[in-house]
Design a binder for this molecule. Structure first.
Ligand code: 5GP
Ligand code: MN
Length: 361
């Protein structure tokens, strides 16, 4: 779908301070508790997997890959879901394990175990957040430094390039042999969050994990084409139009520059496209050489906008997003904006100078 979706550039040094509970990653006790939560399940236990709203490749890939691993462990009553409309974005509809997906309305109301993927806070679980209270145990797998530790057991590793790194760590400790269907989801997650192995997150360990997954026989060319390099002609035309009205503001962000554009429901309707096609748009906008910060404002309601922010390194966009009610990583963040587009962009413009990491020479 996109190379810089939800958590892309996550590996950009985590914005973790000494007070972040997650800063050091999971402890041995955390891993042991997570293993026990799965191992001690009764044979008839109901397990519900949840990933974040507007799921991307890491959310869906780590969740479905892990789901298939649980299947191999003998978990029979198993559902996967995410908040909001039930439709899976086209780039991920072929993923092994999609048959386990149910709509949020059909998800077990009181599962024995709930496992959350790639969600930094309860708010990212939408209406499904109530399962954290109704479930026997809530296990959280994530890699956002800002993770609030909202589970009973939290496996949060801000140094992990993707949530699938954590998912594989748990599958290994559970003694699950990773087969090709499981590897497919985990690989999609890893390629999504490393921007196809281009971002700083791409450590030797990332390549070692990729090698291990590829050794199961999965086909990286086919996977990349389906996830990143395929979109309907209508979306190509829509991108042309939306990119055509991008605005460059060289003086913004204390001279580091801002490039931004927007897309409305009307734009989508004119080109007969679903909203998720816009997730890939930020990748084209952020190519702009003259701007460190890029932004796409996507209509999500009457006067409501899902805002994506990216930085090339001079600005901490998570600071901007958090200040405006959202969150994310240092160089990839987002928030929900309200009011007219110009007011949303004005809010960003005003916040940028306070988030500059490197003064412009
Ligand atoms: P994207 O721009 O791809 O939607 O998201 C980039 C990053 O920002 C992700 O790490 C995601 O978790 C975070 N993010 C995006 N939108 C929101 C939001 O509305 N709230 C919070 N807390 N984080 C967001
Ligand atoms: Mn992620």
């Amino acid at each position: 779908m996109t190379e810089a979706v939800e958590d892309a550039e996550a590996g950009a040094p985590a914005a973790a301070g000494p007070d972040d509970a997650a800063a050091g990653g999971p402890t041995d006790a955390d891993w042991a508790a997570a293993v026990a939560a799965v191992r001690d399940l009764r044979a008839d236990a109901r397990v519900l997997l949840i990933c974040h709203v507007n799921p991307d490749g890491d959310a869906l890939g780590s969740m479905l890959g892990f789901a298939l691993g649980l299947r191999r462990l003998g978990v029979r009553q198993l559902q996967a879901t995410f908040p909001g409309p039930a439709g899976v974005p086209e780039p991920f509809r072929w993923l092994p394990g999609v048959e386990l997906l149910v709509s949020q309305d059909d998800a077990y109301p009181d599962p024995d175990l709930v496992i959350c993927f790639d969600a930094a806070s309860e708010s990212r679980l939408g209406d499904l957040a109530d399962r954290l209270a109704t479930a026997g145990t809530a296990l959280v797998l994530d890699h956002h430094a800002s993770n609030t530790g909202f589970g009973t057991v939290n496996l949060v590793d801000p140094h992990a390039a993707a949530t699938s790194v954590v998912a594989l760590g748990l599958l290994d400790r559970l003694g699950v042999t990773v087969d090709a269907p499981t590897a497919t989801g985990l690989y999609v997650a890893l390629t999504t969050d490393t921007g196809s192995f281009r971002f700083e997150a791409t450590t030797p360990a990332v390549h070692e994990m990729a090698a291990r997954l590829l050794a199961t026989g999965i086909r990286p060319g086919d996977i990349s084409r389906q996830v990143f390099d395929t979109r309907p002609f209508g979306a190509v035309r829509l991108f042309g139009e939306v990119l055509g009205r991008a605005t460059l503001e060289p003086a913004a962000a204390a001279g580091h520059g801002l490039v931004w554009t927007y897309a409305t429901h009307d734009d989508l309707a004119r080109h007969d496209q679903p909203a998720y096609v816009l997730e890939a748009l930020i990748d084209s906008v952020r190519c702009t050489a003259e701007a460190d910060v890029s932004c796409v404002v996507k209509q999500s309601g009457e006067a409501e906008w899902a805002v994506s922010l990216r930085s090339k390194g001079a600005v901490d966009v998570s600071r901007v997003a958090v200040g405006l009610g959202g969150g994310g990583h240092r160089f990839a963040a987002g928030f929900t904006g309200r009011g007219p587009i110009d007011a949303v962009v004005a809010g960003i413009r005003a916040a940028l100078p306070t988030a500059v990491l490197i003064p412009r020479a």
